[in-house]
Structure formats: structure tokens, C-alpha cells
Design a protein around this ligand. Structure first.
Ligand code: CTP
Ligand code: MG
Length: 555
């Protein structure tokens, strides 16, 4: 149930400052090796969080005058930044310069008086209803909307085919798919709105985004992973060892951390379901290895996964953030590999025996550590650079590594993206998956400690395999496609295809869904006897039939 607030249109006096904020926070631009100091992960998180707290989300009528809208809102204080976007309706994200402006706006809003009953929850999500909507002829013009989705396959192919080189193709793909400044703002705002709800139970809790929303590898449309952090509450009382009173409500004991997490998520899930403005389809998945609450945040359009007591995942997001920012080739390569995997149904939005984006990212990082000279340092090396303030032990796991990425020496490797892409496919097309494990901590293959087809060691919880879910047939499909892609790039090298020809070339050729099929009757030399290829094909069809029947979106 969404509490409906109302804004009364009345003339304002303070001119709105609609200046677009400089691209100052978050992830560095690609393409150029920019040597300006890069922010630490914790600094970015802190700044974005503070920014989100002075931001509101407003559902607007379709016909609206932007100028009047801003003029009205600026009665509550100067506006730092705003943008509009379309979801189920026209929405505005308005960032005030000061937090007090939000309270001022809230004080003039009211709950709707309709036939529906309302739960009077005070949110920062408003619904603007105009008394006198502007007429067709009035000054209102088309509101420019910020785009929140990735390009269509058709547009992507056009862009790729018009690129100048394979390197240019990889950088173009990255530019088109990476999270925009606005999308990033909307992610932090959504966390902040959910935090307001969770704060009803835990007043000093924090909801932090993690995973691909913040690690540099997020693609437009990716899910929003959130972490309910109650540590701040614990910290403020932990140092108080004297005094006669224990706060009984803070020390209600349960048998294990896991049970505590399940109970906390259970009540927050209920709370989101009953009182969360715009939170729909709330599912509590409490028996998973990492218990979570999954829901859709309707306004932003994000699919959200809320977890608790999951600080290691936040630390692994920080590690990936560092890897993504160390060298501009990393993100370009990861994005292209993720798109390639998606185009060939190697990954899926539903859980199953498929490789995940997280595993693919680890594979790319590992590959880049194996180059000579390496493009990326090992995690062990990043640990040797850490100083006292970087020290971090979580639940007995050593999660220490250097947090200031400006102190890490840039790589001496100068290989092109084109070469790296080709070598990636060759490397994993011939990797001894049957006996070796991928390990970014040491940056070299290790003997597999267990028999899962694909073994990628979790960088911090070293006894865990992050790709335990992957079946033999899915792994085989990955290997076959990697070999075929390496072969296509190799053929192109020999034939010197001209980028001006009408045929898809380079990365565009690799993303064509028909690669696997066309290969079977093309001039390609067969690597395996026909019966083995057919067997593999059948196996992969068997295991992906569920995916194909349900998953037609997002491709
Ligand atoms: N994670 C983990 N071990 C796993 C799966 C996930 O530690 N087996 C952590 C990683 O830090 C990961 C985060 O949980 O980044 C979120 O998981 P997920 O949403 O699956 O991956 P993302 O990296 O967010 O990628 P995507 O864009 O596909 O959401
Ligand atoms: Mg995610």
C-alpha cells in the first residue's frame, strides 16, 4: 500500500538550481588512462549515501511544466540536481542541497483521502497531483527523460559494426551498458528509501548497496543487491562495558547468527510487504545459504535482493571495485564477456546450473593476473600493500587488502583489448577445468579440492566454491563457445575482414546467437568426433530447456 502525498501547486520565489552535477562520484571513465586520484570505495559509498538522504522521489503527472515544478520545490530549499525518468509513469528524482528541505517538503504534504485506506508512513516518495494541470497549449514541453535501460540488440549491432577497431567495439559496448550517473543515483536512493522502512525496527541501521551496483561491473538493468547493516548499532554499545544495565531488547539471544539473520529479515520482509511504498512481490527466501528477501521496487524498476549479516560480500564488492578501477581494460573486457555469455544463454536471470556474472568476472580477473606482465595484481599482493588501517577480519576470515588504489602501481602490460579478448577465449578454451581451480588470491591454478565441474575459490571464504552450481554440460557449453569464438577471431585475423563490409565483424560476430550453429556447417575443422559433439549438444539442450522456456527477456 502506498501512502499518497500531495503537493499543492503554488508559486515559489527561489530559483531552482538545476545544474547537472559533474561526474564526480563513482567510477572513472573508460578509454583514457586517467591519473587523477581515484576515490576509495568507502568514500564513494559515504558520499553517495549522504547525497541520497537529501533526495526525494516524485511520481508526476504526465503533463507537467518542468520550470514550475522546480520553482515550486525550490521553496523548500535550493535543488542541487534533478532528473526525470519513465517507469510505471513519469518520475522525478530531486536532490536538494540540504537534508532539511526534505522535512520541509514532507511537512506540506498530506495523505490521500480516497476510498482506499492509508497507512500513515512518512516516506520520501511523493505523488504530485496538480489542482490545475497545464493545458495543451501552455508552456509545458516534452520532459527530457534519462534512459535507464541498455540498448536494443539492433542498436548495439549497428554501433559495433560502425566501430573502428575491435578495441573500439569493446569500449563502445562498455559505454552503452555501464550504469549511468542517474541510474547509480537511483540505486542509492532506493537503498535509502528502504532504510527509512527498516529504521522503523532498527533506528540506526544502514542499508548499503553491494554487488554489481557498486563494484564497477554493473550493467543497466542489473539487480540491486542490498545489505542490512546493524553493525553500527552494535558498535555504539560494544565499548560500554561498565554500568549495571543491559538493554534486554538488544540482547535477546537466539541459537545462532543464522537464526538471528533469518528473524531480522523475516520482520523486515513483513514490513516491506505491508508498509513499503512501491515494494511489491515480496518473497522471503530464508533457507538459502545466504538468507534474503527479494522484492521489486516498482518505481525505480529494480529487482532487489536484501540480505543481512553479509559483510564479506561487501568486502568482495570493494575488491572488485579496486580491480575494475585499476586499469581501463578490465571493465571493457568484463562487460564484453558478460554480454557474450548472455547472448549465448550461458548466463540467465533465473537461478540454476548456469555460470553467473560474478563467476565470469572472477575468470576475467584471473586471466588478467596470468598475463605476462600481469594486467592485474593478485589478492595476496594487494594484501602485502595493506597498512594497519586496512586490516579487516570478518568472522575469522582475513579480508585485508589495500583500500587506497592510488598506491597500487599501474600495470606494465600494454596488450590491446583485441588481443586480450582472443587470448581469453583461447586460455579458457584449453583450461584444465577437470583438475584445476581458479584462484585470484594467488593468481595461479590450484588443484581442485573437490569434484565440482567448475571450481572458483571464494577470495575470502576460501573453503567455498563460488561456482558450485555449474553443471558439467554448462561448463562444456562455455568451453565450446570459447573455442569457437577464438577461432572466429583467428579467422578474421587471417582474412582481414574490412570493418566497412556489411558482415558483422569482431565482437559483433561473436555476439551473434547463430555462432554455434553456423560453425557446424562452416569450413571449420572439427575438433571432436561428430558423435561427441552431438552428445554435448544434447546434454546442454537438456539442461537449458527450463531456461529457454522461461527466459526470453533481457537478451
Ligand atoms: N556473491 C558471493 N558468492 C556467490 C555469489 C555472490 O560472494 N556465490 C557476492 C558477490 O560479492 C557478488 C554479490 O554477492 O558481487 C551479488 O551477487 P550477484 O547479484 O549474483 O552478482 P553481481 O556481482 O551483483 O552480478 P549481477 O550483475 O549478475 O547481479
Ligand atoms: Mg547483483
Amino acid at each position: 500500500l502506498r501512502p499518497i502525498h500531495r503537493l499543492l501547486s503554488s508559486p515559489g520565489t527561489v530559483a531552482a538550481d538545476t545544474r547537472r552535477e559533474e561526474q564526480s562520484l563513482g567510477i572513472a571513465e573508460t578509454g583514457s588512462e586517467d591519473r587523477t586520484p581515484k576515490k576509495r570505495f568507502s568514500e564513494v559509498q559515504k558520499e553517495r549515501r549522504e547525497q541520497a538522504q537529501r533526495t526525494v522521489l516524485i511520481l508526476c503527472p504526465n503533463k507537467i511544466s518542468e520550470k514550475k515544478f522546480l520553482k515550486y520545490l525550490s521553496q523548500h530549499g535550493p535543488i542541487n540536481n534533478h532528473f526525470f525518468f519513465e517507469s510505471f509513469g513519469l518520475y522525478a528524482v530531486v536532490e536538494f542541497c540540504q537534508k532539511e528541505s526534505v522535512a520541509s517538503l514532507q511537512s506540506v504534504t498530506r495523505l490521500s483521502v480516497g476510498t482506499e485506506a492509508v497507512i500513515p508512513f512518512r516516506s520520501r516518495f511523493f505523488n504530485l497531483k496538480l489542482k490545475n494541470p497545464p493545458s495543451q497549449t501552455s508552456e509545458q514541453s516534452c520532459i527530457p527523460c534519462s534512459n535507464q535501460s541498455s540498448p536494443s540488440s539492433k542498436k548495439l549491432f549497428e554501433l559495433l559494426c560502425n566501430a573502428e577497431s575491435v578495441d573500439d567495439q569493446l569500449n563502445t559496448l562498455l559505454k552503452e551498458f555501464q550504469l549511468t550517473e542517474e541510474n547509480t543515483k537511483l540505486r542509492y536512493l532506493t537503498c535509502s528509501l528502504i532504510e527509512d522502512i527498516a529504521a522503523a525496527y532498527f533506528p540506526y541501521c544502514e542499508i548499503r548497496p553491494f554487488g554489481s551496483s557498486v563494484n564497477g561491473f554493473g550493467k543497466l538493468g542489473c539487480d540491486l543487491d542490498m545489505l542490512l547493516d546493524l553493525d553500527e548499532i552494535g558498535k555504539s554499545s560494544a565499548h560500554k562495558t561498565s554500568g549495571n544495565f543491559l538493554m534486554e531488547f538488544q540482547v535477546k539471544n537466539v541459537a545462532s547468527e543464522r537464526i538471528a539473520t533469518q528473524k531480522i529479515l523475516s520482520v523486515i520482509g513483513e514490513c516491506l510487504d505491508h508498509f513499503g511504498p512501491g515494494c511489491v512481490g515480496v518473497q522471503k527466501i530464508l533457507n538459502a545459504r545466504c538468507p534474503l528477501v527479494r522484492f521489486s521496487h516498482q518505481a525505480s524498476g529494480f529487482q532487489c535482493d536484501l540480505t543481512a549479516n553479509n559483510r564479506i560480500a561487501l568486502k568482495s564488492s570493494e575488491l572488485l571495485y579496486i580491480y575494475s578501477a585499476l586499469d581501463s581494460r578490465v571493465r571493457a573486457l568484463v562487460f564484453s564477456i558478460r554480454c557474450w555469455a548472455r547472448a549465448h544463454s550461458l548466463t540467465s536471470s533465473i537461478p540454476g546450473a548456469w555460470i553467473t556474472n560474478f563467476s565470469l568476472t572472477m575468470m576475467v580477473i584471473f586471466f588478467l593476473q596470468r598475463r605476462s606482465p600481469p594486467v592485474l595484481p593478485t589478492l595476496d599482493y594487494l594484501r602485502t600493500l595493506a597498512d594497519a588501517e586496512d586490516k579487516c577480519i570478518i568472522e575469522g576470515h582475513n579480508c585485508t587488502f589495500i583500500c587506497d588504489l592510488n598506491r597500487i602501481k599501474p600495470s606494465e602490460n600494454t596488450e590491446t583489448l583485441e588481443l586480450l579478448l582472443k587470448e581469453f577465449f583461447e586460455y579458457f578454451g584449453n583450461f584444465a577445468f577437470n583438475k584445476n581451480s581458479i584462484n585470484i588470491r594467488q593468481g595461479r591454478e590450484q588443484n581442485k579440492p573437490e569434484s565440482s565441474p567448475l571450481h572458483i575459490q571464494n577470495p575470502f571464504e576460501t573453503s567455498l566454491n563460488i561456482s558450485k552450481n555449474v553443471s558439467q554440460s554448462q561448463l562444456q557449453k562455455f568451453v565450446d563457445l570459447a573455442r569457437e569464438s577464438a577461432w572466429i577471431l583467428h579467422q578474421e585475423d587471417k582474412d582481414h575482414p574490412s570493418p566497412s563490409s556489411n558482415q558483422p565483424w569482431g565482437l559483433a560476430a561473436l555476439l551473434l546467437p547463430s555462432v554455434a550453429n553456423s560453425m557446424s556447417h562452416a569450413k571449420k575443422k572439427k575438433k571432436k568426433p561428430a558423435n561427441e559433439r552431438v552428445k554435448n549438444l544434447l546434454e546442454s539442450i537438456k539442461s537449458s530447456s527450463t531456461e529457454n522456456s522461461t527466459n526470453t527477456s533481457g537478451k
